[in-house]
Ligand binder design. Structure first.
Ligand code: 13P
Length: 252
């Protein structure tokens, strides 16, 4: 059985004090014995504060991005996987659509980041998803397949998926309040699992595929009830403890 994962992507939000307060409220509200695994992904500069506030408890830490170049070097402004691991990160988001569309990350760069995460011992949360015009043109599966194959075609790419998580985030559903229907999400999740399954059925069966895009307490349970939806990557609703906790509870 796949244990669901609910990860909060805080994006470029918050403050030092606010981050600590949010983590405190999440820990208090979760209590012991939560069914789903829970993670938070704050901005880089808050990682140390959040790591301390998490106190090695049940909530995992993740980052939102990393440098495609491993280790260290002359890469002004970048943060490497090794540095993130030093702060206790377990996860790192790679290929978020905002990185792809606003910062020009192509499939090849995303694949390099995926491999860099693996090299640093981090679990990548690989984001894939189509834009509105691509859905309307009926090419959703082609787009998702291309994004996925960029990683699968790398040496070690398939092996890397063993530790990784995939997040299907249709771009048109991110921050828009327009969620994919449970049926639309399930269809793409099943497609992703099948595509990985062509190469390694066992790996595909154990692979966690999260849905992201306007997940809220009101729609989470129905989305998570789909057979191939193994939790969520949550943006806006992860910035408040009450809504994030409600979504975590909906996952199990
Ligand atoms: P929203 O939940 O705000 O739509 O954001 C989703 C997302 O991009 C998570 O990575």
């Amino acid at each position: 059985m796949r244990r669901p994962l609910v990860a909060g992507n805080w994006k470029m939000h918050g403050s030092r004090e606010g981050s600590r307060a949010l983590v405190g409220a999440i820990l208090e509200g979760l209590g012991p014995g939560a069914g789903a695994e829970v993670a938070v992904c704050p901005p880089f500069v808050y990682l140390a504060d959040v790591q301390e506030a998490l106190g090695g408890g049940p909530v995992a830490l993740g980052a939102q991005d990393l440098c495609p170049v491993p280790g260290e070097g002359a890469h002004t402004g970048e943060v490497s996987g090794r540095m993130l691991a030093e702060f206790g990160c377990r996860y790192v988001i790679v290929g978020h659509s905002e990185r792809r569309s606003l910062y020009g990350e192509d499939d090849a760069t995303v694949a390099r980041k995926f491999l860099a995460a693996r090299e640093a011992g981090l679990r990548p949360i690989l984001c894939v998803g189509e834009r509105l015009e691509e859905r309307e043109a009926g090419v959703t599966e082609q787009v998702v397949a291309r994004q996925l194959d960029a990683v699968l075609q790398c040496e070690d790419g398939l092996e890397g998926l063993r530790e990784a998580v995939i997040a299907y985030e249709p771009v048109w559903a991110i921050g828009t309040g327009r969620t994919a229907t449970p049926g639309q999400a399930q269809e793409v999740h099943a497609f992703i699992r099948a595509r990985v399954g062509e190469r390694d059925p066992g790996l595909a069966e154990g692979l966690r595929i999260l849905y992201g895009g306007s997940v809220k307490p009101e729609n989470a349970a129905e989305l998570f009830a789909q057979p191939d939806v193994d939790g969520g990557l949550i943006g806006g609703a992860s910035l408040r403890a009450d809504s994030f906790l409600a979504i975590c509870r909906a996952a199990g």
